[in-house]
Design a protein around this ligand. Sequence first.
Ligand SMILES: [Zn+2]
Length: 262
Amino acid sequence: MTAVRSVVAGATVLFTDRSGGVSEGWFASANLSTQVGDDPGAVAENRRRALAALDGRHALGSAAGELRTVWVGADQRHGNDVAVIDAAAVALHRGGLAHEALPAVDVLVTACPDAVLVMLGADCAPLALIGDRAVGAAHVGWRGLAVGAVGAAVAALRSISPGSIRALAGPTVGPCCYEFAVADLNRMSERLGPHVEASTTRGRPALDLPAGIRIELAKAGVDDVIELGVCTACSPRYFSYRRDRTTGRHAVLVRHDPPVAQ
Ligand SMILES: [Zn+2]
């Protein structure tokens, strides 16, 4: 996996890409979604590899031993609902949950160091939020942006971790490739401001999703933002729904690392 791994104060964050997995065809090779028609066994192996990569273990395919951390995903709905993952929720996820049993949210926050929060995407932005005492993961596309998912995510994290928040924004469809109907673009512009209006490389009206996320983060008081700055539809390294329709999902994985007592 040539995933992008960031170790920052209080957290480890991994943005996966398509590489280093065992899925085939449209899902080659590191698809992490069970909801797109891929072989469940392949997805399970890809998730195991992603967790190992988060830990900084790159001996893929080897017997890496038992992982302490737990994959905590969501039934993503393009909304602004939030789930707070406490120890009881981590225990439920540790046993493995059917997709239908997952929290139907697009924002997860936790202070539990055993939980690895996961949000999947294939053009929508996977977002990591890092606080002093907790972390969050969010899935933000245009619909999430329109219903205030970014602000909801920041508020939820602040409720369990007051203080400063840093954001890491993953691969997402850029304005270069995100043609948008004028009426829809106008609505987004009215809600978020004119900076979300852009043009594709072919000169068509486009939504600047990364700009929208920056605007919403700034409104919520988060100015410390690191962006991967790569367009999923331009880069063959990433899954892109807009480009391929039938495709897999990459992800952001976020784990809270409490300071170690000296
Ligand atoms: Zn592009």
